[in-house]
Every structure is written in structure tokens, then in C-alpha cells.
Design a protein. Sequence first.
Length: 306
Amino acid sequence: MKKTVNMMRAIRKLIYIIKAGFKGAWQHRGMGIASIGSITAVLIILGFFLISALGINNVLGDTQYKVDDIEIFMQIHCPENYIANLQQILQQDRRVKEVYFKSSKEAMEAMRQDLGDKASLLDNLGEDILPASFNVKLKNIDEAHTFVSEYSKKQGVDTIGYYKDLVDKIARLAGYGKIAALVVLLGLILLAFFVISNTIKLTVIARRKEIGVMRHVGAKNGFITGPFILEGIIFGIIGAALALAIVYFGYRHVFQQGNDLMYQFFYSNLVKPDAILLDLVIIFASLGIGIGIVGSVFSMKRYLQA
């Protein structure tokens, strides 16, 4: 019997907190706009940084895959015996994991496929204007510098394409960018906490008589603070929903307009919007609700006597 009574009391308290929280959020919607706007701005910028980081990592991943590939370009019209000799040397080299030969004709066909509708521009050119090449994958990329230096002196070799230095530079720049993004993001989250805690503080001041009456009749802090925390959660959810809509549909537009251009310049695709939607929902909802709760708790703890 006692358990049933306590349960009924707990349910009534929960119903009161929910009703009071929604009522307070509506009554103080003017002040809540500042909190919602702050949370939305933080999450939009966070979304921008997350998507940018994903894009950079995607390019790095595709480029990293090419690091293992060393392109040995032969001189145009290189004698066949030079090509055959180099292929034999490569196949016998203990450092080489795989080697693939691409003839001048195959190189031209690959270029035609890359150009797509503009492939007709190559119609008046010969089939042997592009050099033959060897695509080499090493067992240990740490030996690449020595390998490139050695094979650049072989007969018939014109140039060697090697991407490791470029990837290292991009990775360093990406690392600096992540640090800068983290600093900015932390600053924005602190700003959001400040704005929402001050918004809750204003609602506390505006309802101080109501709070005083509840304290006078013996209401516990959890019963008093519950509606304010729920207000913070409501503001956080609304801010997160707005930010998610802006980031998702904005990025989807960028993807539709810029993915082909991205591939032309970097030979890498942008991350598909639908592939990151669930992650964005989880991150935005968690941060939006978290900012709302922490901002409310901080404000209530500071302005209400224990």
C-alpha cells in the first residue's frame, strides 16, 4: 500500500514538472529565443566543422590509398626493350608488392573516360602521345624514398609520381585545423552555457515569489528545479532541430552542386548527406539537450539556496 502511495506521488510530481516546464517555456518564450538562437548557432558551426573534417579525412583517405602507389612514367616513344627490362626488374624487386603496366593506348583510354562528354577533344591526337607507365605498390612505404631515388635513374624513365610528401603536409594542416576548430567550438559552447544560464536566471527572478511560496510549504529543490531543467531541455531540443535542418539541407545542396567538382580536383567524392544524417541527429540531440540541462542546473544551483 505504501509503495503504491509513493508511486502515485512520484507520478503526480512528474506530471506537475512536465506541465510546469512546458508552461514556463511558453510563457518565457521571448527569453527562450536567445537560448535557442545560441544553441542553434553553436550546433550549426559544429556541424560545419564536423562535415569539413569528414571531407578532409575522406580526401586524405583516398590520397593515403595512393601513397602506396608509385607511378613510374616512361619517356614517350620509349623503346620496347627498355620497358620490358624495367618490368622484369620491378617484378624481381623484393620491395615491390604489386606492379601493373599501363600502355600509351590504355592511358589515352583512361583519359577519355575521365573527360566524359569532352572526350572528343582527343580525337585528332595520336594514341601514343601519353607515356606508358608502371603502377607500383610497395610492401613497406617507408622504403619509398630510396625506391624512387633508385628507379629515377633507370633507362627510359622520365618522371616518377610520388604522393607521400603531399599527404604528410595535408595531414599536418588538417591537424592544425582540428585544433583551431576545437578551440572555437569550446568557446561557442561556453557562450551557449552563459546565454541559457542567464535566460534561466531571468525566469527564476521573474518567478521568485512562486518559488518562495513552494519553499515556504516545504517543496524540495528537485520539485522546484525540475520545470526549469525541462525548459532548458525544450530549448535545447528546438535549437538542435533547427541546427540539424539547416546543416543537413545546406550540406545536401553543397553535395549536389559540388561533388563532381570535388572529384575533378581531388579524385575524391564528398561524404553523402544520408550517410551522416543519423550521426548528426545523435550528436545534435545529445549536445542540445546537454547544453540545456547543464545551463539550467548551473543557473539554478547558483541562484537557489540549497
